[in-house]
Design a binder for this molecule. Structure first.
Ligand code: AMP
Ligand code: MG
Length: 489
């Protein structure tokens, strides 16, 4: 018994099974030889109402790799489609099994999904498996995103399987337990529009509304509400990504969640020096998902989403189409408002002035020109530290600083208030690529998990601004070879 007499443990239901059968396939996770918990997230387990002591154990490892099923679990793979780099494809969970939905002690519902748990009817020739490195990477980055205050799927555990996976070389296999408020994607709606009848599409949209959009039944047109809210959540999400220099890397429509959470951490990475053209993913040759293109890509995906809703937005198709277009067009404004609001906070500004855009974009232009680190520049401003960088030494920056100080002086709030706001808006640490690689290499190559665990602990408090963070704020050694990320299948 835990405090308040709440029994901690699995509390799974399977509402997805109430949907028409075309939306999923029953699957059995592939048994693995020697499951062993590599990382376990105590605080997340606790928030989910799970019993950490019970789950972080041999029996728990068996459940978190799919060897044994938790009570009431009916594992399924979800069907979906997606536009990958602009091209429509039928996809589905090719290497994941949804164990069920956990209801937390405070009544919230989260999907519990095993990623890397074997083949499914949607595997399309893949092995259904996952390698340890990319699963640890998803754990680090998703938990860092959560700590940064960005809506995201989360990571409950990584279990090594004791089995090899065959990629370019032979790699250790692993299963990640992913926690999400749902795994419904833009691509799931594309699948519905492609494969389902109009009634089934409606049933699916109703299910999504019930899961994510409380009060939807009071709207005259709940499907328009679904579209508007999704546009609004994505505008807010992408503004948050931009504000911390996060680059998702593969913003295909199957990797955009209707919940507004960031999902599918494959080739993602954080930008060190500010450059809007930054691309890390080795497969993104044309830079479709470069940092500067993320808002454009999100709007494009939302256009695809809106299209899937046309049969249910209005009986009159041309009217439905016009509604869809107008709603998606609102993205630009919403994104801009969200972005500027965060950037004002990063500069300690409470009110709005019409020249704020100019103030923000001039600073960004100078960061680009003088190859300044994005995160550390804002930290230097927060602590009024004149770092020994080309940016801070330049006359252009000094002029900008005078303008910024004048702007701060024009608002009623004190400098202490601005400083506090800046500390809460500018993270001291992000998962810098070289630190991620270091921690992964120690864990994967040397089975040394001390670095990765320490890194995860440090990343959990990005706004605490204390001395223990300094090692993680340092920039990588200069390299002639650009940092590259891989899809990590
Ligand atoms: P992702 O790049 O992780 O977003 O995956 C894109 C699609 O490929 C999804 O349908 C995945 O389920 C599928 N997929 C990725 N890796 C594998 C794999 N090793 N085996 C089978 N399907 C996979
Ligand atoms: Mg995906």
């Amino acid at each position: 018994m835990a405090e308040n007499n709440i029994v901690k443990g699995w509390n799974l239901s399977n509402t997805y099974l109430s949907l028409p059968k075309i939306f999923y396939s029953n699957v059995t996770p592939a048994p693995v030889r020697a499951p062993n918990i590599a990382l376990f997230n105590d605080s997340l387990a606790d928030a989910l109402g799970l019993n950490s002591d019970e789950l972080n154990s041999e029996q728990g490892a068996a459940e978190l790799c799919g060897n044994s099923l938790p009570p009431n679990s009916v594992p399924i793979a979800q069907a979906y489609a997606g536009h990958q780099f602009g091209y429509f494809t039928i996809l589905g969970d090719g290497r994941a099994a949804l164990l069920g939905e956990q209801t937390t002690p405070d009544g919230r519902v989260f999907d519990i999904q095993l990623k890397g748990s074997g083949k499914t009817p949607y595997s399309r020739g893949g092995d259904g498996k996952a390698a340890l490195g990319p699963m640890l990477r998803e754990y680090i980055v998703s938990e860092a995103m959560h700590a940064l205050g960005i809506p995201t799927t989360r990571s409950l555990a990584v279990v090594t399987t004791g089995e090899p996976v065959f990629r370019d070389g032979i790699l250790p296999g692993a299963v990640l337990t992913r926690v999400a408020s749902s795994h419904i994607r833009v691509g799931t709606f594309e699948y519905a529009a492609y494969a389902a009848t109009a009634d089934e599409l409606k049933t699916f949209a109703d299910y999504t509304l019930a899961r994510h959009y409380a009060g939807y039944e009071y709207f005259d047109n709940p499907y328009l509400y679904l579209l508007k809210e999704t546009v609004s959540r994505q505008a807010s999400l992408i503004a948050k990504w931009q504000s911390i220099g996060f680059i998702h890397g593969v913003m295909n429509t199957d990797n955009m969640a209707i919940s507004g959470e960031s999902i599918d951490y494959g080739p993602c990475a954080f930008m060190d020096e500010y450059n809007p053209d930054t691309v890390f993913s080795s497969i993104d040759i044309a830079g479709r998902y470069a940092y500067k293109n993320q808002p454009v890509a999100a709007k494009w995906n939302l256009g695809v989403f809106a299209n899937t809703l046309i049969p249910i937005l209005d009986e009159d198709e041309s009217k439905a189409s016009a509604i869809a277009n107008d709603t998606v067009d609102e993205f630009d404004n919403l994104y801009h408002q969200n972005y500027m609001s965060i950037m004002r906070s990063k500069l300690g500004l409470f009110n709005q002035e019409k020249d704020d855009e100019c103030l923000v974009f001039t600073l960004l232009d100078l960061m680009k020109k003088y190859v300044a680190d994005y995160t550390n520049t804002f930290i230097a401003l927060t602590f009024e530290r004149n770092d020994n960088t080309d940016l801070f030494k330049s006359d252009e920056y000094k002029q900008w600083n005078i303008r910024w100080k004048e702007r701060l002086n024009r608002q009623a709030e004190t400098s202490i208030m601005s400083r506090t706001m800046m500390k809460n808006s500018n993270p001291a640490i992000i998962p810098r690529n070289h630190k991620v690689e270091e921690a992964l290499s120690a864990a994967v190559d040397n089975k040394d998990y001390s670095q990765i665990k320490k890194f995860i602990d440090i990343l959990a408090n990005p706004y605490s601004h204390n001395a223990s963070q300094s090692e993680y704020c340092a920039l990588p050694q200069k390299s002639d070879v650009p940092y590259r990320t891989f899809c990590g299948t």
